[in-house]
Ligand binder design. Sequence first.
Ligand SMILES: Cc1cc2nc3c(=O)[nH]c(=O)nc-3n(C[C@H](O)[C@H](O)[C@H](O)COP(=O)(O)O)c2cc1C
Length: 359
Amino acid sequence: MSEFATLHEIVKAAHRNLSPGAWDYLTGGADTETALLRNRMALDSLAFRPRVLNDVREIDLSTNVHGVNSRLPIILAPMGSLDALDPGGAMSVAKAAEDFGVVSYLSSVTRPGIEEIAAETTHDKVFQLYVRGDRDWIADIVNKAIDLGYIHFCLTVDVALYSRRERDLIKRYKPSGRARNNEGWEFQAGLNWDLVKWFKDTWDIPLIVKGIATAQDAALCVEHGVEVVYVSNHGGRQLDHGRGTIDMLPEIAKEVDGRAEIVVDGGFCRGADIVKAMARGADAVAIGKIQGLGLGADGQAGVHRVLELLEIEMNTVMGLLGLDRLDKLSEDFLEPAQPVVAPGVLSAFPFLNLPSQEY
Ligand SMILES: Cc1cc2nc3c(=O)[nH]c(=O)nc-3n(C[C@H](O)[C@H](O)[C@H](O)COP(=O)(O)O)c2cc1C
């Protein structure tokens, strides 16, 4: 098992291990990276309001995610091209999730694929699809996911067009998943609510719509019977200049009002960040970059250690907020505040001192 004592050490190890291209692919965003930075800015603009003198000897961080028990309210977000970060790629991530006890998502543009992951892991997992074909093409994949035992199906809808990731463009870096799956973008661009209706009319497997950023689209999800509203700006990797995702939560949680499960991601990489999302109405938080950094640092063991460290951090935050259970969190524990650091891709890790990279 990994010896890392802090998430800082994991980030440093990943920086050491990854090629400059893979590092920037993992940590970068779209265009000016304003959306990516806003994810952090929004999180850092919330202060805690702790309560004291509550018995917190036994803190329970477990919860129900997608209908199954989860050790933490954390999901491993779908990530393409994981094989660029670790030779085990998606298998290392899935095995870490299985071993630790959380749900993992498998992206359709990573390796190994849907069959191999199903054959070698037994935990609860979700398949996430980028649509690159017509309804028959989609139906084949949904039926396969159901046959293979994936518990939910996820459609990512914030990638109608592939964004301009300038770090990658400047380096002429092409992620492996993108190089392998670069046909059929018109199907992704043509996605609409009719397809969601067709999905719901055709299959019983619960549907997750990933990339919801407004109460209006959350309302349409609920109207269409979508089981999971996944609030996301793709980690700031798609539309630039949007809002930080934790700022989207209040209007979406109000609109959804318990009629669907709410997952959020975008910039969450410390235990305190996850606790803030839960206080704002999320049912679970997905992690992307910090998952990838764990993978880059030490493969399966690195992802496992990220989860352990997030658990330790969350446990500390909850205890110091005077809370022993996640369902006691509410907006009462949060207040708007001035951030104390300028937002940065890694501003949640102030002690890194990484050597800077040339462009
Ligand atoms: C390297 C990388 C690859 C990603 N690939 C996918 C993907 O294949 N499908 C998808 O729906 N989202 C993908 N995402 C977005 C993540 O699922 C998630 O929304 C985002 O990473 C959350 O923000 P965070 O990285 O700040 O935690 C990717 C993100 C990263 C960092």
